[in-house]
Ligand binder design. Sequence first.
Ligand code: MG
Length: 300
Amino acid sequence: MFPMISAICWRRKSGGEPPHSKGGLLMIESVTIPTEVQFMRKILLAVIVVLAICALALPSLSQVEIKWKIHDRNRPLPPVVDPGTASTPDATGRAPSDAVVLFDGKDLSKWAHKDGSAAKWKVANGYAEVVATTGNIFSRQAFGDCQLHVEFAEPLPAKGTDQERGNSGVYLMGLYEIQVLDSYDNKTYADGQAAAVYGQYPPLVNASRPPGQWQSYDIVFHGPRFDASGKLLRPARVTVFHNGILVQDNVTPTGPTEHGERPPYKPTPEKLSMALQDHGDPVRYRNIWIRELKPAEGEK
Ligand code: MG
């Protein structure tokens, strides 16, 4: 190897024959490789072997394993749930049997204002309506990871423009707002329209119905986790269907939602009250239910 390299170098430099060639044929002599070079060759070989082993191991590390055998009849069966019924434009549906019903059209006893006082929003004809200046309402029960169903109707006739038209909001853990807005033929900034994770993620599409019609949000939310020192272990994640259309696909909030800023995560308990926003517009709500989620198999 070394005589060959020296021969090539000789040709490039001088254009003539290298000292160990004869008639264009390279004459290879036995060469003693220095100890240092032999050592380096061993190290290089060892590195190549280690890399090869890692390359072979990687595919198996990237696969997902389930602790149960396939079709294992000893595997526990999921609990049976009555799925309830869907709402129609004229009638409120029925919640799934394992859901916590937060508003069934009769009263707001599951809700309170920030100071703990009874919710002052109007309740009539099976819906609750925001009463301006009374303030946000908070669920008396705290929730974290959840599936949440909310129905709302924007004021008819429509009044105002941009962010001042039918503005309200669903706050997961009271911190992460899924925007409620009349976004039917009403332009505003993308990350502030209906079904946006406010100030962070616009919806994938605008699936808004006209004002006065009942609409729905179906939300899957996984709250953030922090260690004992307050370090963020995992951010929140949220998926939203607006009127049955996927509009937020497992997005990762950057932290709590705010107007004009994106504050970072701060340590919170795993469960907090969820909230509905009083933004001064008489938005109506009905059929609000929530299902608490346990970690999926293999998930922390
Ligand atoms: Mg809002």
